[in-house]
Design a protein around this ligand. Structure first.
Ligand code: UDP
Ligand code: MG
Length: 328
């Protein structure tokens, strides 16, 4: 019987320190899967260089020359983790029966790829890798990440708890994913909207063995904010709710003020006026800002810009000829 062609998609941003070790481990995993008859000999590793400033692309290019099963995709600049991953997935889709996405730093346990494939053979279109614990993360990372998942779920965004972007997608799940045309990508959220049969494999998350996290707090916050505002209009509802609530409270205060006036207890109410002025002003600014956030999203989506640009594609061998290619 035909074995499924697997492509392991790995987004890389300034990962020169980890690439060799990652390649060692991934290639031996791939050979293992092929030996176990779980994946076709055509299976590949696809590194996506997300506009790195270090030697990442040079290393990738070198690896592709030495090893047939390693391919590279170079984006024209840094587009961010989600878009880099998307670019890799979109390119891999044409030639794969299933794809596994994983970070370059091997914090995710690659040995469970075997379980991914077994679950795939059992008929699952989506297999989520889920972290059992976060002991190896710093307290700060753990705390913020946990808060992130809680908050997302409260806001009505369905995300699998402690699932990063380590997952297997079948060809048809991938095709569905690629039909979501939005700019503001939050892949985790989208994957759970696909709805095909899915399951979970648990693993222990390790420490990044070299290099530093490319997700500083600022990127994490904007990631969370994007996740929420691209998936949920609950914040807008919340504003409406606050509006109603403050209206209700002001009515009570108004009645109280009137009664005070008619019973002759009215102080010159400077303080209360100032306070309510500030509160209302604050609420208004907040609401306008939030609504503006969504309008900004609409603005971005309507432009229908391409989500990434490919500089070099060593996977599908399509010719993205550079200008420098032509010699007069
Ligand atoms: N990454 C990327 N583009 C970026 C930032 C990160 O392609 O702009 C890649 C990075 O090389 C890694 C993955 O995304 O393979 C996850 O990043 P990292 O390990 O730094 O995040 P953390 O594990 O700290 O959340
Ligand atoms: Mg990492």
């Amino acid at each position: 019987m035909n074995k499924p062609v697997l492509t392991v998609v790995v987004p890389c941003y300034n990962e020169e320190e980890v690439l060799f070790e990652t390649t060692n481990q991934l290639t031996s995993m791939l050979s293992f899967l092929i030996n176990e008859q779980l994946a076709s000999k055509e299976s590949k590793i696809l590194y996506v260089d997300d506009g790195s400033q270090d030697k990442t692309w040079a290393i990738i290019e070198n690896l592709t020359l030495k090893n047939q099963s390693i391919k590279g995709l170079k984006l024209s600049r840094n587009f961010g983790h989600q878009k880099a991953l998307l670019a890799g997935l979109e390119v891999a889709e044409r030639q794969s029966d299933c794809v596994i996405s994983i970070d370059a730093d091997l914090q995710d346990d690659i040995s469970i790829m075997k379980d991914f494939m077994i679950k795939f053979f059992e008929g699952n279109d989506i297999v989520y890798g889920v972290r059992k614990s976060r002991e190896t993360d710093t307290f700060f990372k753990r705390f913020t990440a946990q808060g992130f998942y809680r908050f997302m779920n409260k806001m009505g965004v369905q995300v699998t708890y402690n699932h990063a972007d380590y997952r297997l997608l079948s060809k048809r799940a991938l095709q569905e994913l690629l039909r979501f045309r939005e700019q503001n990508l939050f892949l985790r959220g989208i994957v759970s909207l696909i709805g095909y049969k899915s399951t979970v494999v648990y693993y222990d998350r390790k420490e990044r063995f070299a290099g530093v996290s490319k997700y500083p707090l600022k990127k994490m916050l904007s990631f969370a904010f994007d996740g929420i505002t691209s998936f949920s209009i609950k914040p807008i509802r919340f504003i409406t709710f606050i509006g109603f609530l403050s209206f209700f409270i002001s009515s009570l205060a108004g009645i109280y003020a009137l009664i005070s006036k008619f019973t002759g207890h009215a102080d010159s109410g400077w303080t209360s006026i100032m306070i309510s002025l500030w509160i209302i002003g604050g609420l208004l600014l907040m609401s306008v800002g939030l609504i503006g956030e969504y309008i900004g999203k609409i603005y971005e989506e309507t432009k229908q810009r391409p989500r990434y640009s490919i500089d070099l594609d060593l996977y599908s061998e399509l010719d993205h000829k550079r200008a420098s290619h032509f010699i007069k």
